[in-house]
Design a protein around this ligand. Structure first.
Ligand SMILES: NC(=O)c1ccc[n+]([C@@H]2O[C@H](COP(=O)([O-])OP(=O)(O)OC[C@H]3O[C@@H](n4cnc5c(N)ncnc54)[C@H](OP(=O)(O)O)[C@@H]3O)[C@@H](O)[C@H]2O)c1
Length: 290
């Protein structure tokens, strides 16, 4: 018999892949705004409490977030803005309900809680120091989770992509489309990030549930890439024969009106030392994308 699991954001880029790959093992109960049967707005404590209290699930996987970084920046310092409400108040509501019902909360977070000034990959023990509003709201969300008296796990990811196409193109499909249509912007040789293969990441969530692991973990593939090298890899592995031009983050920053992290690559050794399966290299993961 499948295990009941509560989830927020199960219709999103990452959450929907968890449902796709694990619907034989888990019986998902969706707390999404657009759920046709029982829509739940996580910014509404009454709705959240009622949905969570009525469930026998032991785990809540909290994917839901306001994820548009540019639109979030337009709402900076606005605690009535939707980014703050969903990311901070929404998470606070989920934390309260999880605490009250004794459920283990698995919270999905981001490398944007860091300032991006480190030259190596970020460790879980590094101090968080967000530089823009999305990262700030996600950092406050992490604080709400960590202040919980209940059981919790925080999983941080960066630039996620999945093997199949989703309604909103992910980090790899955006580049694929640009290479196929000859419209790819010059790719930065001095911006660093740590891609997350969503197909593997959802296995990490399953591992957390199976092993009842708590704490903070970085859960990308644990690699550090520049935009330029990553685009070249996609071009080569998929034999797209597109053109990848070199670009500089410094030129882009002169035009951008919001802060931008230079490096969001995450060190995942803590997680990899515990996992009972091996995550794929980014090169092998890109080869699986269609
Ligand atoms: N995508 C990235 O680049 C990235 C990078 C690092 C970390 N993350 C983190 O990974 C998690 C999943 O991201 P994603 O890209 O899969 O997100 P996404 O595709 O933008 O989906 C967001 C989800 O949140 C739900 N949601 C938004 N407001 C809500 C509300 N008020 N009440 C209930 N549900 C609400 C949406 O439901 P509806 O569809 O019903 O509106 C949707 O299912 C997030 O926590 C994000 O911060 C993402």
């Amino acid at each position: 018999m499948s295990t009941p699991i509560l989830g927020t954001g199960l219709s999103g880029l990452v959450g929907s892949r968890f449902v796709k790959d694990f619907s034989d093992r888990y019986q998902f109960q969706n707390l999404d705004l657009s759920d046709p049967h029982n829509p739940v707005d996580i910014t509404d404590l009454t709705q959240v409490m009622s949905a969570i209290q009525s469930s026998i699930a032991e785990y809540i996987v909290h994917f839901a977030a306001f994820t548009d970084v540019t639109k979030a920046w337009e709402q900076r310092d606005d605690k009535n803005g939707v980014a703050y409400k969903v990311n901070v108040l929404g998470t606070e509501n989920i934390v309260k309900a999880a605490e009250e019902t004794g459920k283990h909360l698995i919270h999905i977070s981001t490398a944007y809680v860091f300032d991006g000034n480190k030259t190596e990959m970020y460790l879980e023990s590094d101090e968080i120091c967000p530089i823009e509003w999305y990262g700030q709201t996600k950092a406050w969300a992490e604080e709400k989770v960590q202040a919980s008296k209940g059981k919790w796990t925080i999983l941080r990811i960066d630039q996620p992509f999945r093997s199949d196409q989703f309604a909103r193109p992910d980090a790899v499909h955006r580049i694929m489309n640009g290479l196929k249509t000859g419209s790819l912007y010059p790719q930065f040789t001095n911006h660093f990030f740590g891609p997350t293969y969503i197909n593997d990441f959802v296995k990490v969530i399953d591992w957390v549930i199976r092993t009842r692991t708590s704490g903070i973990f970085h859960a990308t593939a644990g690699e550090m890439w520049t935009d330029y090298d990553f685009a070249c890899l996609i071009n080569d592995v998929m034999e797209l024969k597109g053109e990848v031009k070199m670009g500089s983050l410094d030129e882009y920053l002169k035009m951008l009106n919001r802060p931008y992290q230079r490096n969001t690559a995450l060190d995942c050794s803590k997680l990899k030392n515990l996992l009972d399966f091996q995550m794929m290299s980014i090169k092998d993961a890109v080869a699986q994308v269609s």
